[in-house]
Design a protein around this ligand. Structure first.
Ligand code: SF4
Ligand code: SF4
Length: 380
């Protein structure tokens, strides 16, 4: 396992993300506890010592199941991270209540790492508003030893991150960014890393494979990468890219099954950063991908609880993208219509009320209501 130094600690560069744990029957709330325990055992054996959860993951159950899995190990053998759920504005006045509950849910009396979750355009005013006292409360918990290291995760654009850092940067010990080779350009990833570098804040990475989208590429792109490194799996390119960014300290991968975990562990057994020609080739592939037509949903599920129609928005966008890609060269797209036919009419894109509640919480700033309208038109 590759380790990175952080304030005298050795953190495994590969972190165990508990956002997409295995579930029963596709029910996001119903985590497969037995399999998760086995995966945590495999992770601990391989030397992974960083475990990341959050209030909202798996509708609140990630903190519980991950806490139970880790409770079987000595508390000083792992680092546990969780986050204040400011992606939902109704949580803003409840920092004390939520933090206390999080400690109970995870069965611990301190968090090694604690984050302001998803600093973005939608919540920056509230995060900075002293009337909610979020910052003051978290600093107090740090003084009390109930938070060992304070940081933030940010999906916002550069100006929002700058505002946040201007206000609280002195106390931010790490910053978690959505970073992968596609977002290096697509979401100004490089500029965000530069911003943290300027302030001496180490980078934690989320969405390294962009919700699984970089695990498989169109055939010709995969072929180019295989010609460069015949023995490297396609998903591993995403991690090799991150091993090439010096300030990246922890890379969180959402562990969905034992095979994925094992593959990630293999990739982090040794460092193999990209050479300059490899990096150039990868950026060429990014240019090709960006010129494609897909909506950049990461399936974070932040939007779903805000939809009055209970539309499974990330699934709809996934189908929309599939349909776009299949039909853009005149192909016959049958997968999306087939999948939609199994979904009740009241949960279909056509049931969208265009209320845009979902858009207010989308970290990717996707115009979801417009996607729904376009999907309906394209499906016919
Ligand atoms: S705009 Fe449509 S998809 Fe979004 S919350 Fe409203 S009804 Fe749901
Ligand atoms: S539409 Fe936005 S909020 Fe909803 S799952 Fe996709 S990225 Fe997340």
């Amino acid at each position: 396992m590759i380790y990175r130094d952080f304030q005298g600690m050795k953190l495994s560069m590969l972190g165990f993300g508990a956002m997409r744990l295995p579930v029963h029957d596709g029910n996001d709330s119903d985590i497969d506890r037995e399999l998760t325990f086995r995966m945590v055992d495999d992770a601990m054996k391989s030397g992974i010592n960083y475990y990341d959860t959050a209030w909202g993951y798996h509708n609140g159950n990630s903190e519980i199941v991950l806490g139970e899995a880790l409770a079987r190990y000595p508390r000083d053998s792992f680092y546990l991270a969780s986050k204040f759920p400011g992606y939902d504005l109704s949580n803003m006045p409840k920092v004390r209540e939520i933090f206390e509950q999080q400690l109970k849910k995870t069965g611990t009396d301190y968090f090694d790492f604690y984050l302001f979750h998803n600093v973005c355009e939608m919540n920056i005013e509230q995060y900075l508003d002293p009337k909610y006292g979020i910052y003051d409360y978290l600093i107090e918990q740090k003084k009390n030893g109930r938070i060992r290291h304070l940081g933030f995760s940010g999906h916002g654009e550069i100006d929002v991150l700058k505002r946040f850092l201007d206000a609280y940067g002195e106390s931010m010990e790490f910053g978690q960014l959505q970073l992968n080779y596609l977002d290096w350009k697509f979401q100004h990833g490089k500029e965000k890393v530069d911003l943290l570098n300027e302030r001496g804040i180490p980078v934690w990475v989320m969405e390294p494979v962009r919700g699984g989208k970089l695990a498989h590429l169109p055939g010709k792109m995969e072929e180019k990468l295989r010609n460069l490194r015949p023995d490297e799996d396609i998903p591993a390119w995403a991690f090799r890219f991150l091993q090439s960014v010096p300030s990246v300290t922890v890379v969180l991968s959402g562990m969905s099954d034992a095979d994925q975990l094992a593959a990630n562990i293999r990739t982090f057994e040794e460092e193999k950063p990209l050479t300059d020609p490899e990096m150039e080739a990868l950026m060429g592939i990014v240019d090709e991908m960006m010129s494609g037509r897909s909506v950049p949903c990461t399936a974070c599920h932040y939007c779903t609880s805000h939809c009055p129609q209970q539309i499974d928005i990330p699934r709809m966008i996934e189908l929309y993208n599939e349909h776009l890609l299949t039909t853009e060269d005149g192909g016959f797209g049958f997968i999306a219509p087939m999948a939609l036919s199994a979904i009740p009419a009241e949960r279909q894109p056509a049931a969208c009320l265009h209320c845009r509640s979902c858009e207010k919480v989308c970290p990717q700033q996707i115009k979801i209501s417009e996607v729904m309208t376009d999907f309906v038109q394209k499906i016919g």
